[in-house]
Write a protein that binds this ligand. Structure first.
Ligand SMILES: C[S@@+](CC[C@H](N)C(=O)[O-])C[C@H]1O[C@@H](n2cnc3c(N)ncnc32)[C@H](O)[C@@H]1O
Length: 275
């Protein structure tokens, strides 16, 4: 261990399409790090990062079929923190945004800060950012609720069908063991998801199974299905489900009245598409 050097940690995102969405700041931290750990899940992305810094090590070897991902994430954080403790300037590159649905990034930053050392996260282009661009959905239009599929099923969330619903990890919907690494076990979870959504939306409500392109020049997957077809959908591990809004809720006239406003006055100041 080099006790003269003070270790530090920067966690960056590579974007979903690594060869085009990596920020200039992320690239610079990757290039200048003593060691780079990669959680990119994609060989081409790993190649791009390794070209920027030859001392790049994949974290993917820690995933094993039948092994709990909770343990894998702890081991990833252990590796990262150990390299920082050894005095290295460590950069960790996760695909997408490194803070969106990524447990070990937050965990490693927390532990490094507890050691009194510097740790920071840089934002990246997440799957949700790509979704907004590819599907033309502005989260401000109807409001937006965003959840992890299994938590959505297991917990008593309150859906507001007036808002856009973004449901992540539908390829692992209902998978409680955290030890499955493919999307072939999601059917019973999807059937339950369809039931839950069916409490709020008609059977013929159109949903979108979305996959952002992971390579430049490739097209995203934008598969439109009806709610009644969801049970038989075949998502992958990179699929995200979008449930479009049923439309804006009614105005709360009591609140407008407290502000001395009427519905007509408010509509006059809004754009013609937002009422
Ligand atoms: C562990 S999370 C990682 C998210 C990632 N950190 C991000 O910023 O988008 C994995 C989930 O993200 C979503 N996801 C990952 N890649 C995607 C892609 N190319 N298109 C759409 N959704 C994607 C899926 O819901 C997937 O199950």
């Amino acid at each position: 261990m080099d006790t003269t050097k003070k270790g530090s940690l920067v966690v960056v995102g590579t974007g979903i399409s690594v060869a085009g969405q990596m920020t200039i700041a992320a690239r610079s931290y990757i290039e200048n790090a003593d060691i780079v750990f990669m959680g990119i899940m994609n060989k081409i992305g790993e190649h791009v990062v390794s070209n920027l810094n030859p001392n790049s090590i994949s974290l993917d070897d820690l995933y094993k079929e039948g092994k709990s991902r909770a343990l894998t994430y702890t081991q990833m954080a252990d590796r990262i923190v150990q390299a920082v403790e050894e005095g290295n300037r460590v950069c960790v590159a996760f695909y997408g945004h490194p803070g969106v649905f990524v447990t070990p990034s937050h965990e490693a930053i927390r532990r490094v800060r507890e050691l009194g050392l510097d740790a920071q996260m840089l934002p990246g282009v997440s799957a949700e950012d790509c979704l907004i661009a590819d599907l033309g959905i502005d989260p401000s239009r109807f409001g937006c609720q965003s959840y992890e599929a299994t938590q959505f099923l297991f917990r008593d969330y309150r859906i507001d069908p007036h808002m856009t619903q973004i449901i992540w990890q539908i390829g692992l919907a209902g998978e409680a063991t955290l030890s499955v690494l493919d999307a072939s076990h999601s059917q019973s979870g999807l059937a339950m998801l369809a039931d839950v959504l069916g409490e709020h939306y008609p059977d013929d409500h159109e949903l979108i199974i979305y996959e952002a392109a992971t390579l430049p020049l490739c097209e995203p997957r934008i598969q439109k299905i009806l709610l009644c077809e969801l049970e038989h959908a075949k998502p992958t591990l990179i699929s995200t489900l979008v449930v479009p809004s049923l439309g804006m809720p009614a105005y709360r006239e009591d609140r407008l009245a407290k502000l001395g406003l009427t519905e007509e006055q408010v509509i006059k100041f809004r754009s013609p598409t937002v009422n």
